[in-house]
Design a protein around this ligand. Structure first.
Ligand code: MN
Length: 408
């Protein structure tokens, strides 16, 4: 280095030191906001490089083989003639997240998780339309990639997911539909694969849990997020969508003391339900409880109660637990519920401990606008999966499956 260069270097170094000192003095009361490398956003960006691309590369090879190579004028040689796999998002056959469709139900055990639709609205007591819920959620799921930037995970690379299609429900018969639903869920669960159920109205909350409970001798807790209590014995003389937790907590290995009900409140909770909550001593958190304790604490208390004496926990997510403005496509919208960010945080905290199954219910696409309710339901599912993948708890429940599938 020449003398002139050395002098310049010294001056510049001194200037930088002085400038940074001024900055430190000016902003000593909080961390330096101008260091872009300290943000979670930057750290998440770095994490992307650690995720493998193996499955994506396999998908491209498969697409080129089955979808035939693209036209010679295309510069991107990974594009096939016929759309296969994830891309483009507006094309393709709408399975959930474009996961493989398992036509042969006997092969469902090859996957970590299986999405199953329950197109049923026979249990609705006001607006119907939830029979189109699975279709609505699958349709908007085409929008999503399996990668989550903030979590630094890629579901395609880090777990296996399939779509087994829908349960053949019987529109005019609740009880026959319940039997069909329990059999479908029990079959999936008996293989160790985690069922992800897309409702359907909330009456299915009983047969879904009955299906899982039938293939284990262990106790199951339930975390039920809803504006409604859903614990009457009957409504309109039938087991409607206001009744699942009365019947689920009658199952020998589902104890009401392990039923946690979050978000309950407003002007739609029927009085007969309340007496049952009290008698069975369920765990109830209203929106005021959530305001008072915060999402982290509520999740902690919910997990403690749901897991107490249990070997697995099931999550039932009613989309109407979210503020009505965000979920117009539902049967009994009720203002004052969870905000989307609160809901997603809650789901992440619950799911990270591991689930033996989950459902999202009460999405009614005929009442929806711009697919926003379906989109929210989709997000609940993928955020739960993301939390389990992030924390290595996906498949944690498998040891509880100790009984064979015996169809009803
Ligand atoms: Mn509800």
């Amino acid at each position: 280095m020449s003398i002139a260069n050395r002098l310049t270097h010294k001056l510049v170094t001194r200037e930088i030191a002085r400038a940074s000192l001024t900055l430190q003095q000016a902003r000593a009361h909080h961390p330096d906001p101008f260091n872009p490398k300290v943000t979670k956003g930057w750290k998440a960006a770095l994490k992307e490089a650690e995720i493998p691309r193996t499955k994506f590369d396999e998908e491209i090879a498969h697409a080129l083989e089955f979808g035939l190579p693209g036209a010679s004028s295309l510069e991107d040689k990974t594009i096939p003639t016929f759309s296969r796999g994830e891309l483009p998002h507006f094309a393709g056959i709408n399975t959930f997240l474009k996961a493989p469709y398992v036509e042969d139900a006997r092969q469902v055990g090859m996957y970590d998780c299986a999405v199953v639709g329950v197109p049923f609205d026979g249990g609705c007591t006001y607006r119907p339309g939830t029979r189109f819920g699975p279709q609505g959620i699958r349709r908007i799921s085409a929008l999503y990639t399996p990668y989550n930037y903030e979590k630094g995970i890629d579901l395609r690379e880090q777990m296996t997911l399939c779509d087994i299609g829908d349960v053949f429900t019987i529109p005019a018969n609740i009880e026959k539909s319940f039997d069909q639903i329990s059999n479908a869920v029990a079959h999936i669960a008996s293989t160790g694969t985690m069922p992800i159920i897309l409702g359907g109205d909330h009456s299915i909350g009983f047969p879904t849990v009955r299906g899982i409970a039938s293939v284990t001798s262990k106790n199951i807790g339930i975390i039920h997020v809803d504006r409604h209590a859903d614990i009457q014995e009957k409504d309109l003389d039938e087991r409607m969508h206001t009744t699942p937790y009365f019947h689920a907590t009658n199952l020998p290995n589902v104890n009401p003391k392990n039923l946690v009900q979050i978000g309950i409140g407003g002007w739609q909770v029927p009085r007969p339900a309340v007496a049952n909550m009290v008698e069975r001593e369920t765990n109830i958190f209203t929106m005021d409880d959530i305001e008072q304790y915060g999402i982290d604490k509520i999740a902690e208390m919910a997990l403690e109660r749901a897991w107490d004496g249990c070997d697995a926990v099931y999550m039932s997510y009613d989309i109407d637990s979210i503020e009505a403005a965000f979920v117009p496509g539902t049967g009994w919208p009720e203002p004052g519920g969870l905000l989307p960010r609160e809901a997603l945080k809650l789901v992440g905290l619950i799911a990270k401990e591991g689930l033996c199954g989950m459902e999202v219910v009460e999405v009614s696409p005929p009442y929806d606008h711009a697919d926003i309710t379906s989109l929210m339901a989709l997000r609940i599912v993928v955020d739960a999966l993301g939390a389990m993948v992030s924390h290595g708890t996906l498949g944690k429940h498998k040891h509880i499956i100790d009984k064979p599938y015996v169809p009803i």
